[in-house]
Design a binder for this molecule. Structure first.
Ligand SMILES: C[S@@+](CC[C@H](N)C(=O)[O-])C[C@H]1O[C@@H](n2cnc3c(N)ncnc32)[C@H](O)[C@@H]1O
Length: 114
């Protein structure tokens, strides 16, 4: 759930496209929610078999001891689709050797061509 303040900076078109209003709050639109699958797991132990277009892994790696943090980012990089995106926290960087290039603040794109 998102409070009114959380969506206040979005333009109305974006907000209405990606969010639905509930009584006093907002939530992600069902058209997006229907394309998501949630799973509780230890990210350092589970390596999903799928290929991902987008991985949001913000402010987790900074709490891991090395080499767990580096290994996790390498594992994520290895399951990113060609041109897939990884978003990390401000203090986090994916390994240089994995073909990811910075394309925005905290946002990296897989450089691998399909
Ligand atoms: C500082 S919070 C960041 C939350 C959010 N991603 C953000 O940037 O606001 C760190 C989160 O990582 C989760 N976490 C810590 N160790 C984890 C692990 N081994 N596997 C999965 N999640 C973990 C914690 O439960 C917590 O929700």
């Amino acid at each position: 759930m998102f409070e009114r303040d959380h969506v206040a900076n979005l333009d109305g078109r974006t907000r209405d496209r990606y969010f639905e209003r509930t009584r006093a709050t907002w939530r992600i639109a069902s058209s997006l929610r229907n394309h998501t699958r949630w799973q509780v797991a230890d990210a350092t132990r589970v390596k999903p078999p799928e290929i991902w277009d987008l991985v949001l892994c913000r402010n987790l790696v900074i709490y891991l001891r090395e080499p767990a943090g580096r290994t996790l980012l390498q594992d994520i990089a290895s399951v990113l689709a060609p041109s897939g995106f990884l978003v990390v926290g401000r203090a986090e960087r994916p390994p240089d050797s994995r073909g990811l290039r910075a394309v925005g603040t905290c946002t990296y794109q897989n450089n691998v061509i399909a």
